[in-house]
Design a protein around this ligand. Structure first.
Ligand code: B4P
Length: 191
């Protein structure tokens, strides 16, 4: 199995590049952001709870996201591998992911970190907000999400660097240019 984490600040292009990775490598896409937005859309209890955090730019608590993910990946054990998009977002989530995969003698094979400067991130998310209508794509919430990223999510880079699997990639350029760099990393891994 091939287990890839696509990592980066909000708006760095995780969702965009994940779609291309799924198309090329046939991996199962697991986007915690998408799962949570579906729950909000369906007005479930989980969705209502998630919305109270997401609309403020905060992370949904670890225990909720970890249980949600564990349940979904367990149901899909027959796949070629996973692309984890937007998960993990905290060190406890990173530890939980390794624990989940270790039940099947697996681990994360590579963490692709998309590096994009803050001004570009804000610009992209404001543009997306104009068309997506997402409640978290407005300036105030975007700034809160960036603070949360630096405080709670970026320490994961050190976590994965220590494990020797962090691949930092320039996330500025066209979607195809960035994808070619990611492809090179993954092709080396598969060889
Ligand atoms: P996510 O859904 O993961 O989304 P994101 O971080 O906002 O965006 P992403 O990086 O995927 O950007 P995209 O490709 O769309 O999270 C949303 C929220 O859910 C979080 O804030 C949190 O509250 C909650 N959540 C999710 N996972 C969680 C977890 N594990 N724990 C706790 N809470 C969690 O790209 C952004 C825009 O840029 C798009 O418009 C795209 O078209 C554009 N773009 C992409 N690549 C580009 C490029 N190369 N050049 C120019 N524009 C580009």
């Amino acid at each position: 199995m091939l287990n890839i984490v696509i990592f980066g600040a909000p708006g760095s292009g995780k969702g965009t590049q994940s779609e291309k990775l799924v198309a090329k490598y046939g991996l199962q896409h697991v986007s915690t952001g998408e799962i949570l937005r579906d729950e909000i859309e369906a007005n479930t209890e989980l969705g209502k709870l998630a919305d109270s955090y997401m609309s403020k730019g905060e992370l949904v608590p670890d225990c909720i996201v970890i249980d949600m993910l564990d349940c979904r990946t367990e149901k899909k054990r027959h796949v070629k591998g996973f692309i984890f998009d937007g998960f993990p977002r905290t060190v406890p989530q990173g530890e939980a992911l390794s624990k989940m995969l270790s039940k099947h003698e697996e681990d994360v094979n590579a963490v692709i970190s998309l590096e994009v400067a803050d001004e570009e991130l804000i610009d992209r998310l404001l543009k997306r907000g104009q068309i997506s209508g997402r409640s978290d794509d407005n300036r105030e919430t975007i700034e809160a999400r960036l603070k949360v990223y630096y405080r709670q999510t970026s320490p994961l880079k050190e976590f994965y660097k220590e494990r020797g699997i962090l691949k930092e990639i320039d996330g500025i350029g066209t979607v195809d240019e960035i994808f070619r760099t990611i492809e090179n990393e993954i092709d080396q891994l598969i060889k």
